[in-house]
Design a protein around this ligand. Structure first.
Ligand SMILES: [Zn+2]
Length: 225
C-alpha cells in the first residue's frame, strides 16, 4: 500500500508504536526491501533489548517525546525520564537518526527550570547537533488547560539556542519562523517550512550552507517524492 500510494516511508505513530512491536518487526524488512524509510514516533520507554530488535529489523529513525523533566514525568506519566534519555542515547549509538520532542503544557512542564533540565539532558545524552522540537499543546478530551502561548515556545527555543543546541524548532504553530532550519554558523535560512511541508532548501548537494559554506549534517531525502 505504501508503494502504491507513492509514500516515502513507513512511520509507526498515533499511539505508542511499541504496541505494534511484532508488527513492526515484520513490516520493516519489507519496507527496506521496497526502498522506504522506517520511523517510530515513540515515548521512548521500551527495553534496550526491544530497541535492538527494532534496529535489527530495520528501524532507521526515532522521534521521542520526553514530556518534561524528571518530576513532571514522574507526576503525570508515572515514569522515569532517565529511561527515555537512556533509550534516545542508545538509539543514536545504534546508528538511528534521533529527534527529540518536548510537548510544552501550561502548568505541567512549562516552568523555566523544567525546560532547562530538558535542554541539559538533551545535550548530555545526544549532543548539540541533534534536533529538538518544542511543540504546542491544545486542549483535548478531559484536559482543559489553555493552549501553549507562542511566547513560551519561543522562550524554550531561545533557551536551547543559548545552551548551544544547533537545531531547535517550534512545532504545531504552522507558519512560525522557528519551524525553519537556520545555519548554526551564519543564521542563513536553510530549509523553509510551512507546517510539515518543505518549501525551499538552501543546502548544497554536498551538504553545506549555501551562504557561508559551513558543513550541515542534514540528510536530504533523495528518494521518490
Ligand atoms: Zn551558513
Amino acid at each position: 500500500m505504501a508503494v502504491k500510494s507513492r509514500c516515502q516511508g513507513i512511520s509507526v505513530s498515533f499511539t505508542e508504536p511499541t504496541l505494534l512491536f511484532e508488527y513492526s518487526l515484520d513490516v520493516f524488512p519489507l519496507a527496506l526491501n521496497a526502498s522506504l524509510y522506517t520511523n517510530y514516533v515513540s515515548n521512548g520507554y521500551m527495553t534496550i533489548e526491544a530497541l535492538k530488535m527494532l534496529r535489527d529489523a530495520g528501524l532507521q529513525s526515532i522521534k521521542i517525546d520526553v514530556k518534561g523533566g524528571s518530576d513532571a514525568v514522574r507526576r503525570f506519566c508515572g515514569a522515569d525520564v532517565f529511561i527515555v534519555w537512556r533509550n534516545a542515547e542508545a538509539a543514536k549509538n545504534m546508528g538511528m537518526h534521533v529527534e527529540i520532542v518536548n510537548l510544552v503544557i501550561p502548568g505541567v512542564n512549562d516552568d523555566e527550570s523544567i525546560l532547562k533540565e530538558v535542554v541539559e539532558n538533551h545535550i548530555k545524552h545526544l549532543g548539540v547537533d541533534t534536533p529538538i522540537h518544542f511543540t504546542a499543546y491544545y486542549p483535548a478530551y478531559k484536559f482543559k488547560a489553555q493552549p501553549t502561548p507562542v511566547e513560551k515556545l519561543e522562550e524554550a527555543y531561545e533557551l536551547a539556542k543559548r545552551f548551544g543546541i544547533k537545531y531547535p524548532y517550534i512545532g504545531n504553530i504552522p507558519g512560525h519562523k522557528y519551524e525553519n532550519t537556520y545555519c548554526p554558523n551564519c543564521g542563513h535560512l536553510l530549509i523553509k517550512r510551512v507546517g510539515i511541508f518543505k518549501v525551499d532548501i538552501k543546502i548544497t548537494a554536498d551538504g553545506k550552507c549555501s551562504n557561508c559554506g559551513g558543513a550541515i549534517p542534514i540528510m536530504l531525502w533523495k528518494g521518490r517524492i
